[in-house]
Design a binder for this molecule. Structure first.
Ligand SMILES: [Zn+2]
Length: 169
């Protein structure tokens, strides 16, 4: 099976996020009440937990050019839209879909994102030269390594079961 580059960027998977509720540790969601793109300003983002009823809204602030203030980092920082770590972009809550794997942490925003990563990792052949900002080009080396393929796919399988709600952990 060959993985065909789809040039999908991480930002294209941010339609919604499954997060750990900071109140009850249940499975909660962060959604957009408008366009999902973080670049579009003035859109309310909502956190809600159907397990305990917690909810919160947030409208990202803009800079003086009327642009969203976005930061790409593995660490969360208050006051920004933070893209690139194991948390949602707007509230900084821990992603629900994350699991230790090969001494690292494997994470995904939602099922669509997880399945995209899975299709990449599972492929034995990959096209050369993925677009440098695409998800496939930015996956860490440990996830792309053939020797870790089995463990990575196993971890993804566990996250899919967790996402489906069949097992709670
Ligand atoms: Zn909750």
């Amino acid at each position: 099976m060959k993985f065909k580059n789809q040039h999908r960027m991480l930002v294209s998977f941010g339609a919604y996020f499954l997060v750990v509720c900071p109140n009850c540790s249940g499975k909660a969601k962060v959604i957009s009440l408008g366009a999902p793109s973080p670049y579009i300003t003035g859109i309310t983002r909502r956190f809600f937990c159907s397990e305990c009823g917690s909810h919160k809204e947030f409208v990202p602030r803009k800079n003086c050019y009327n642009e969203a203030v976005i930061r790409y980092s593995k660490n969360w920082e208050e006051g920004y839209i933070n893209i690139g770590g194991p948390f949602d972009w707007f509230f900084g809550y821990s992603l629900y879909l994350q699991i230790p794997c090969c001494g690292q942490t494997l994470w995904a925003y939602n099922l669509e994102h997880l399945e995209y990563v899975e299709s990449y990792v599972a492929a034995e052949l990959r096209e050369d030269h993925p677009y440098y900002l695409s998800v496939e080009s930015r996956l860490p080396a440990w996830m792309k390594s053939a020797k870790n393929r089995h463990d990575v796919l196993k971890a993804i399988g566990k996250l899919k079961i967790k996402e489906s709600g069949l097992i709670k952990s």
